[in-house]
Design a protein around this ligand. Structure first.
Ligand SMILES: NC(=O)C1=CN([C@@H]2O[C@H](COP(=O)(O)OP(=O)(O)OC[C@H]3O[C@@H](n4cnc5c(N)ncnc54)[C@H](OP(=O)(O)O)[C@@H]3O)[C@@H](O)[C@H]2O)C=CC1
Ligand SMILES: N[C@@H](CC=O)C(=O)O
Length: 409
C-alpha cells in the first residue's frame, strides 16, 4: 500500500478544478511509479474550507487563487510551516518573488512555479536546470495565450475583438479579470519572471515596459493581411549596455519569423545565448487542463527526488501499421484511361485521392503526382505494389509521407 502525500489546494476555479480532476485520474499511476499516492486533502475557495485546517493537514500547498493577497500571505505561511508550495501565480511571483524565494531558502522548502509562465511549456525547468550553465543573452516570445488567441481569430477575419475575447474567457484562457491579459500586464509579469531566472538579477513587474492589444484595430489587421504579416504580442528580455531591458508590445512579424506561425492559445519562448545559439519551446500557453498538467508535474517533482531510471507502469503493444497521408509520383503512359485505372487501383485499397497534377514528359509519357488522404500504410503500399506491376507504369512509383494534411492545399 503506497504512502499518501497530502496536497492542500487553494483555489478551485479553471485551473484548480482541472488540477483536482487530473490528480485523481493520475494518482494510481504516480503511486505505482513513486511509491507515494498524492491526494487532495482540502480545498479552499471564498466560500469553502479553512486555510489553517488545510495547512495542518497537508504536506504541500498548491496555490491557484491568483492575485496578490491573500495568496501571498498563504504561500508565506505555508513555507514558514515547512511545506513545499506549487503556484501558477505570475502576478504574485513578479511582484514579490524575492521575498518568496528567500523564505523558501530560509525554510528549506521548494517553491515551484512552472505553470506561471507559458502554461504547459516547460520553460522554467529548462532555464533553471537544462540551461543553468548558459549565459543567456536574450529571451523573447509569445507568453500570453488570451491575446494570441484574440489576434489569431481577428487575423482569420470575421471575428471582432470583443467576440474573440469572450471566447477566450469561455475557453478558460483569460484571467479572472481579462484586463490583465489585454493590457499586456500578464505577459509583462511572465517576462519579469523569465528575466529574473535568465539574468539572475531581481526583476519586478513595475520595471517592465508594456503595451497591450486593446488599441489594435480591424484596420491594423487588414494592413497585416495585405502585407502578409502576422501581428503578435511579443515579450522581450535582453542584455543591453551592461543592463537589461524587459518589455512587451504588439509587433508585426514577417511570415518566415518563427513566432509568426504560433497561433491560437499557443505560446512560444526562444532563449538565445552564444554557446547554445537558440532554443525555442512552444505549446499550449493557457487553459485549465493544460496548466493543471504543469502544476501536477511540479507537485510530483516536489514529492520525490528525480528518478534516476525511468520506471514502466504497463506493457503496451507497439503498433506498426498506422494511418498516413502520402505524396505519390509515377511515370505513366500518357493515354486515355490511365488516370482512371490508377484511381481504381487506389480505390480498391481504400486510398482516396486528395489532389492530382499531371504533366506531359517526352516519349508519350506523363508524370502523375498525387496527394492521398490518410489511410493505413499497409493498404497504401498494397496499392503501390499493384500499380508498380501495371504495364502503363514505368519505373518504381515514389511515395513520401505527408504530415499535417491540411497544409497540403
Ligand atoms: N486560466 C489559465 O489558463 C491560467 C491561469 N494561471 C494562474 O492560475 C491561477 C488561477 O487561475 P484560474 O483558475 O484561471 O482562476 P479562477 O478565477 O478561475 O479561480 C480562482 C479560484 O480561487 C478562489 N479564490 C479567489 N479569491 C480567493 C480568496 N480570497 N480566498 C480563497 N479563495 C479564493 C476562487 O474561489 P471562488 O470559487 O469562491 O470564486 C476560485 O476557486 C492564477 O494565478 C492565474 O493567473 C496560470 C496559467 C494559466
Ligand atoms: N491568462 C493567461 C493564462 C495563462 O497564463 C494567458 O492567457 O496566457
Amino acid at each position: 500500500m503506497a504512502e499518501t502525500y497530502r496536497v492542500g489546494l487553494l483555489g478551485h476555479g479553471t485551473v484548480g478544478a482541472a488540477f483536482e480532476q487530473l490528480l485523481s485520474e493520475r494518482a494510481e499511476q504516480i503511486a505505482h511509479v513513486t511509491g507515494v499516492r498524492p491526494e487532495v486533502s482540502g480545498v479552499l475557495t471564498r466560500s469553502r474550507g479553512d486555510f489553517d485546517a488545510i495547512l495542518a493537514d497537508s504536506d504541500l500547498i498548491v496555490e491557484l487563487i491568483g492575485g496578490i493577497e491573500p495568496a501571498r500571505d498563504y504561500v508565506l505561511r505555508a513555507m514558514r510551516a515547512g511545506k513545499h508550495v506549487v503556484s501558477a501565480n505570475k502576478l504574485l511571483l513578479a511582484s514579490h518573488g524575492e521575498e518568496l524565494w528567500s523564505t523558501a531558502r530560509e525554510h528549506n522548502v521548494q517553491l515551484r512555479f512552472e505553470g506561471a509562465v507559458a502554461g504547459v511549456v516547460p520553460v522554467i525547468r529548462v532555464l533553471q536546470e537544462s540551461l543553468a550553465a548558459a549565459h543567456v543573452d536574450r529571451i523573447h516570445g509569445i507568453v500570453n495565450g488570451t491575446t494570441n488567441f484574440i489576434l489569431t481569430e481577428m487575423a482569420r477575419g470575421g471575428t471582432s475583438y470583443e467576440a474573440a475575447l469572450a471566447r477566450a474567457q469561455e475557453l478558460g484562457y483569460a484571467e479572472a479579470d481579462p484586463a490583465g491579459d489585454v493590457s499586456g500586464e500578464d505577459a509583462a509579469a511572465k517576462m519579469a519572471i523569465l528575466a529574473r531566472l535568465a539574468f539572475s538579477t531581481p526583476v519586478t513587474l513595475d520595471q517592465v515596459i508594456y503595451e497591450g492589444i486593446e488599441h489594435i484595430t480591424g484596420e491594423d489587421m487588414a494592413y497585416a493581411r495585405d502585407f502578409g504579416l502576422a501581428l503578435k504580442l511579443i515579450g522581450t528580455a535582453e542584455r543591453v549596455n551592461g543592463g537589461i531591458s524587459v518589455r512587451v508590445h504588439p509587433a508585426f512579424l514577417y511570415p518566415g519569423h518563427p513566432l509568426a506561425s504560433v497561433n491560437g492559445s499557443f505560446n512560444a519562448v526562444t532563449v538565445e545565448s552564444d554557446a547554445i545559439t537558440e532554443i525555442t519551446l512552444s505549446g499550449p500557453g493557457a487553459g485549465g487542463p493544460q496548466t493543471a498538467s504543469a502544476v501536477l508535474g511540479d507537485v510530483i517533482s516536489a514529492m520525490i527526488p528525480p528518478a534516476s531510471t525511468p520506471e514502466t507502469t504497463q506493457s503496451l503493444p507497439v503498433v506498426a501499421d498506422v494511418k498516413s497521408a502520402f505524396y505519390l509520383a509515377m511515370e505513366v503512359d500518357d493515354e486515355p484511361g490511365v488516370l482512371a485505372q490508377v484511381a481504381e487501383i487506389l480505390g480498391m485499397q481504400g486510398a482516396s485521392i486528395k489532389s492530382v497534377v499531371q504533366r506531359g514528359i517526352p516519349a508519350g509519357r506523363a508524370r502523375l503526382v498525387m496527394v492521398i488522404h490518410p489511410l493505413l500504410e499497409s493498404r497504401f503500399y498494397g496499392a503501390v505494389q499493384l500499380l508498380a506491376r501495371m504495364p502503363f507504369v514505368h519505373a518504381e512509383p515514389r511515395a513520401i509521407r505527408v504530415l499535417d494534411e491540411e497544409f497540403t492545399d
